[in-house]
Design a protein around this ligand. Structure first.
Ligand SMILES: CC(C)(COP(=O)(O)OP(=O)(O)OC[C@H]1O[C@@H](n2cnc3c(N)ncnc32)[C@H](O)[C@@H]1OP(=O)(O)O)[C@@H](O)C(=O)NCCC(=O)NCCS
Length: 147
């Protein structure tokens, strides 16, 4: 079997892949805080650009780009399966979302980073620009990167 770390981010294609994509988002970003299934989705899913790294039809890493206006994209839903973290998958997703933003002619990408993930984004050239939302006891920071 090909090493999953070598796999390239791509959009989910089938209903099963989308199910696995949202399941990973829920497991990594919501389950620990006892949030119900469905809480991992918002009103922008239909218009957002979704990326994942799959092993067969199972998502190992996810991320999403939502174009806010003609110049700014917002990245959300960055989640890597705990068994596959710190192996470069999150970086691959982030790089691919930035490449998509560049392809669309956007100048800037922003996101709300959980405090534990700020260093990960700093390593990718993001800077903290403002305090972000405080949700479920998790401190966030608004971070931004010029493309
Ligand atoms: C944060 C997350 C998306 C990063 O993805 P990943 O695949 O684990 O990270 P990578 O292997 O691509 O890491 C790239 C670099 O960032 C570092 N890094 C990764 N996660 C980090 C973290 N939480 N804190 C500090 N550094 C981190 C890595 O050590 C690596 O550093 P190096 O290049 O010096 O070796 C992933 O760990 C994750 O899903 N975490 C839990 C959910 C979460 O916090 N999501 C972000 C919400 S804003």
């Amino acid at each position: 079997m090909t090493d999953p770390v070598a796999r390239v981010p791509r959009s989910p294609n089938t209903a099963a892949e989308f199910e696995s994509y949202y399941d990973l988002r829920w497991r990594v970003l919501r389950a620990l805080w006892e949030k119900p299934r469905g809480s991992e989705r918002d009103e922008f899913e239909d218009v957002a650009h979704h990326l994942a790294i799959f092993s067969n039809a199972t998502a190992l890493a996810t991320g999403r780009l939502h174009q806010r206006d003609s110049s700014i994209g917002q990245i959300r839903a960055m989640a890597v399966d705990p068994a596959h973290q710190k192996r470069g998958l999150g970086s691959r997703i982030l790089n691919a979302l930035e490449a998509e933003a560049q392809k669309r002619g956007l100048d800037q990408v922003m996101l709300h980073a959980r405090d534990v993930a700020v260093l990960f984004y700093e390593k990718h050239g993001y800077e903290v620009v403002a305090p972000g939302p405080f949700s479920w006891g998790i401190k966030h920071f608004e971070m931004s990167k010029q493309l």
